[in-house]
Write a protein that binds this ligand. Structure first.
Ligand code: SF4
Length: 493
């Protein structure tokens, strides 16, 4: 155990995939003996300690390398294993205390599993030689901070940012002019949009799905399909999106890192355009622990949501696969990410969100918000970081159906909280709870529809698709289709 690593909980180091030479094994053992007790090192083979305030992020059960997921509990414990602190909060807090928070913005690569379990020191020595040992040592001894930083980066940044990744802390403007999707076109035109979510069916019969699409289509600009949320398998988001497109509505494909590898992500990216899907939302996904038994692997995602955005953005804007192969006709899509405005302190949350925008997020869909008056500190932090004019934000709103549902969301869903006054209202409403829930949703929409930084609503009806028409019409927000078309679609449904 270590006094330097605040949240250390013993976890075994990775083991190399193949047997290494004796000299490399000896070096790896030495590295582990020193970095293990000091930093909680797990020998991932691509050390990020300088960017993570010298706390090894590999203690995170999901293996998140670019910041926390939205799952931290109110006590700042990890929701996958509540007996441990979320390692990413320890990293964020130490970074803030030591003035290293800007380092958290660098988009860090996924593991190269060929190197996992092996030493990193050999790479550092080779890079020092390449840079010039004398230059490196002299620069480190120099009093000139810039020179010192430059020499340091020439060695360590090159080691942690392999050529196939090339991550940085910069914003990359999308390299295309015409909007990739109808949703993007509306947001760019300054329209306040409404998107909604339809729960994917449990069987392969699409009739109910087609009916639900027809019900909501005239009232919303896009329809989201979750990717087996709560780790409970349902019809794939991809299949639902294709059905949506075939039925004349605009889908948003969700891809959860939980079930995605780097290979699968890239092959999906080139495939989705051919199916007419132009909006993609990258999320980390609920851990299998939240799903049914028997539980699948709770450890490690191959790529996290920031890495997914980085890969997809580079495929679209630079026309390259992760391995450097060039594409003749790169895919086109509007890239989104999830955010949870109340999951943590607004300062920390804004850093995490800026990183997603830098990686490629063009729109955010937020977690459910029930206290719109508390959004300001988060929006101010995003504004301070120059993020608000680079991303469109769709606020998550749900019409509550019962007191039980309100209580469940408040106590069980990470990042969602309901004020006592709303819980009281729902309890008092009794059998009139659904009506009270709609009233609350309308009040929330009213409070945010003219708020700077909020560009639309993401209406999560949780199976109550028929309420979409009423909420949109009573909120005073113009539906995307004229009423005549709305009538036809409803009849068709
Ligand atoms: S899984 Fe999420 S909550 Fe748990 S340590 Fe990792 S980032 Fe923190």
């Amino acid at each position: 155990m270590s006094g330097i690593n605040p949240a250390r909980r013993w976890q075994p180091a990775f083991y190399p995939f193949k047997k290494e030479k004796f000299s490399r094994r000896l070096l790896a053992k030495t590295e582990l003996c020193i970095k293990g007790p000091l930093f909680g090192c797990r020998m991932c083979g691509n050390c990020l300690l300088q960017e993570t305030a010298f706390i090894c992020p590999m203690e995170c059960p999901k293996g998140m390398r670019n910041g926390p997921c939205g799952g931290v509990t109110p006590e700042k414990n990890c929701y996958v294993d509540e007996t441990r602190k979320c390692i990413w909060y320890a990293i964020y807090n130490r970074s803030l205390r030591t003035g290293r928070e800007e380092k958290l913005l660098e988009v860090l690569p996924p593991l190269d599993w060929n190197k996992t379990g092996t030493e990193t020191w050999g790479d550092v020595v080779r890079q020092v030689r390449k840079t010039g040992t004398v230059y490196f040592v002299k620069s480190l001894l120099s009093r000139d901070k810039n020179r010192k930083d430059e020499a340091w980066d020439k060695v360590f940044k090159t080691v942690r940012q392999p050529e196939w990744w090339n991550g940085d802390s910069e914003y990359h403007k999308p390299a295309y002019n015409e909007p990739a999707s109808g949703l993007e076109a509306k947001l760019r035109a300054g329209k306040f949009v409404i998107a909604t979510e339809i729960t994917p069916p449990l069987s392969s019969n699409t009739q109910n799905l087609i009916n639900d699409i027809a019900i909501v289509k005239p009232w919303v600009s896009a329809i989201n399909f979750t990717d087996s949320s709560s780790a409970r398998p349902r019809m794939s988001s991809l299949a639902c999106c294709k059905t949506t497109f075939d039925n004349g509505a605009e889908p948003v494909l969700q891809i959860a890192a939980r079930d995605t590898t780097r290979t699968g992500l890239q092959s999906s990216a080139v495939g989705i355009n051919s199916l007419g899907i132009k909006n993609v939302l990258c999320i980390t996904g609920d851990n299998p622990r939240t799903g049914p038994s028997p539980t699948s692997n709770m450890n490690f995602v191959d790529i996290d949501s920031v890495q997914m955005l980085w890969i997809l953005r580079r495929m679209r804007d630079e026309g390259i696969y992760l391995d450097g192969r060039k594409m003749k006709d790169p895919p086109k899509y509007f890239l989104g990410a999830a955010t949870s405005p109340f999951a943590s302190d607004p300062v920390l949350q804004a850093i995490r969100d800026q990183k997603k925008v830098n990686a490629g997020a063009q729109f955010f869909q937020t977690n459910l918000v029930f206290e719109p008056e508390l959004l300001d500190p988060w929006l101010e932090q995003l504004d301070k970081r120059g993020v608000l004019d680079k991303v469109f934000i769709l606020l998550g709103v749900a019409p509550l159906k019962s007191y039980k549902m309100a209580e469940y969301l408040h106590s069980k869903v990470p990042g969602v909280r309901l004020p006592q006054s709303l819980l009281n209202r729902m309890e008092k409403a009794g059998i009139g709870a659904p009506e009270e829930g709609v009233r609350i949703a309308l009040e929330i929409i009213d409070k945010v529809k003219n708020k700077k930084g909020i560009n639309g609503i993401h209406l999560m009806t949780l199976g109550w698709e028929s309420i979409v028409q009423r909420i949109v019409s009573e909120s005073g927000i113009c539906p995307p289709s004229p009423p005549a078309e709305a009538g036809q679609a409803l009849k068709g449904g």
